[in-house]
Design a protein around this ligand. Structure first.
Ligand SMILES: Cc1cc2nc3c(=O)[nH]c(=O)nc-3n(C[C@H](O)[C@H](O)[C@H](O)COP(=O)(O)OP(=O)(O)OC[C@H]3O[C@@H](n4cnc5c(N)ncnc54)[C@H](O)[C@@H]3O)c2cc1C
Length: 459
């Protein structure tokens, strides 16, 4: 339907609810194919990633790394003078950058001919939404409402904050308890620790970072402990009380901890409550996630859903890939199912984790003969600083086909390194092809093409 709108009986060809990572991309690509598009946004253009997610998080991670850089500089002959952190300045500069990005997103939308409506939208029938008291019709409705942090209810849970508030704290706390063992939890633990805060991280399971390769989980725990993060597993918070000096948390093992802030990073729930979807028969999963097929279509033909609110993989590039696929399918006569194989991901903990493909445990379940190549070493930089830090790298290989099934890393720049390896895995690279690749010397990344000895017997 390139170049013209679909039908005159609707106000729009496509109405999108939510101008986050997914909604913005779907708007722009659909409009580029000639669709008449409007997007409703109730809070902030750019959504979670730009405002309270990936971007501000990474900026704070950068800020947190300076503390150890100042110390490490001594090994290279530098004398670093007195240093202190101005938290208010850091947050103000971060906010300035986010405001700049908000403007860019808005301009991208208006330049594409997309109408932005700064209101909450709700669905009232398969082709109608209500926005700011006004009814608007569309041939297709795309739900891209994202997700929201979830704090479980328990005595004193109202004193807890989430990542949303952590980005806007008035002052830097002296003591923080981070609850939760997922990537957002370890990232904030690293941020606060690097900024000089005493951090205790609590996780109710045996070992945090469930779903990641066990060697990454173990290495990260060791490295975080070396940096001074007080990691406590197999325990949870029972109650939180306000005291004169701050907050007191009582743990399930009877211990008490004092903190200025208690940050819950215990999961995110799809933003689908009171959106009107169930009233018109759109199926939701028990988590509240919108149920969709491989083309992101719900059980109602005119309604599609993408991104975090479908709870497939809560990652910005995945929401963007789903958005593009919907736009291609609906407005370019080019049906696309997004591929979820070998989605690389990085955790911006300190040190960072990067991973693509399957873990050793998954490989052992799915394949008969698995070869594992693993190395752990002190990065070159720390031969001069004396810092006791290890980088871990690991390849999981199918013994029968020689294909590399998974690449895992804990160490500086893990995300930057794993991105390239994701291309190799998507091309079906074998271990022999990794071995035939010349390394870049001296880098940490070269280890991925120089590991020659298996570290575990074939299982
Ligand atoms: C702390 C944190 C760090 C993260 N770090 C990373 C990272 O490093 N890498 C990565 O890939 N991902 C990261 N993510 C995840 C990433 O932010 C999300 O996967 C991504 O933003 C999902 O995009 P989306 O379009 O589905 O939803 P969102 O970006 O959340 O956008 C949804 C939008 O819909 C709006 N909305 C909701 N309901 C309505 C309504 N009824 N009417 C109008 N508007 C509505 C919301 O205000 C929001 O702007 C992080 C998330 C968090 C919280």
């Amino acid at each position: 339907m390139k170049g013209k709108t679909i039908m005159a009986q609707f106000d729009y060809d496509l109405f999108i609810i939510g101008a986050g990572s997914g909604g913005v991309r779907a708007s722009r690509v659909s409009a580029s194919y000639g669709a008449k598009v409007a997007v409703a946004e109730e809070r902030y253009v750019g959504g979670t990633c730009v405002n309270v997610g990936c971007i501000p998080k990474k900026l704070l991670v950068y800020a947190s790394h300076y503390s150890e850089d100042f110390i490490d500089a001594a090994g290279f002959g530098w004398t670093v003078g007195e240093r202190s952190l101005n938290w208010q300045k850091l947050i103000a500069n971060k906010d300035k950058e986010i405001a700049r990005l908000n403007d860019i997103y808005r301009k991208l939308l208006s330049d594409s001919g997309v109408e932005v409506i700064d209101e909450r939208a709700e669905v009232v029938d398969p082709h109608t939404v209500v926005v700011g008291g006004r009814k608007i019709t569309a041939k297709y409705i795309l739900v891209a409402v994202g997700s929201w942090p979830m704090v479980p209810k328990f005595p004193g849970s109202e004193h807890a904050i989430t990542s949303n508030e952590a980005f806007y704290l008035q002052s830097l706390p002296r003591n923080v308890i981070v609850v939760g063992g997922g990537y957002i939890g370890v990232e904030f633990a690293g941020i606060f620790e690097g900024l000089g805060v005493h951090v205790t991280q609590i996780y109710r399971g045996e070992l945090f970072m469930r779903g990641f390769d066990d060697d990454c989980r173990i290495t990260l725990a060791e490295e975080m402990r070396k940096r001074g993060v007080d990691l406590r597993f197999n325990v949870d918070i029972e109650k939180i009380e306000q005291t004169d000096g701050g907050l007191r948390a009582t743990l399930t093992n009877g211990d008490t901890l004092h903190a200025d802030q208690i940050l819950y990073a215990t999961g995110r729930i799809p933003n689908t409550a009171s959106l009107g979807l169930q009233n018109i028969g759109v199926q939701l999963k028990y988590t509240g996630a919108v149920a969709v097929d491989e083309y992101s279509k719900t059980n109602v033909d005119s309604i599609y859903a993408i991104g975090d609110c479908t709870d497939r993989m809560m990652l910005t590039p995945v929401a963007i890939a789903e958005a593009r696929a919907v736009a291609e399918t609906l407005f370019n006569n080019n049906p696309i199912m997004p591929a979820y194989l070998n989605v690389p991901t990085a955790v911006f903990s300190t040190p960072a984790v990067g991973t693509v493909g399957i873990t050793e445990a998954e490989a052992r379940e799915k394949f008969k003969n698995i070869d594992v190549y693993k190395t752990s070493f002190r990065p070159l930089r720390h031969t001069m600083t004396g810092r006791d830090e290890k980088t871990m790298m690991k390849l999981v290989v199918d013994g029968a086909s020689n294909k590399v099934l998974g690449c895992h890393m804990v160490g500086p720049d893990a995300g930057e390194i794993i991105q390239g390896l994701a291309v190799a895995l998507n091309c079906g690279a074998t271990k022999a092809q990794f071995d035939a690749t010349i390394g870049i010397h001296p880098t940490a990344a070269e280890e991925f093409v120089t590991m020659r000895t298996t570290t575990a017997p074939r299982g």
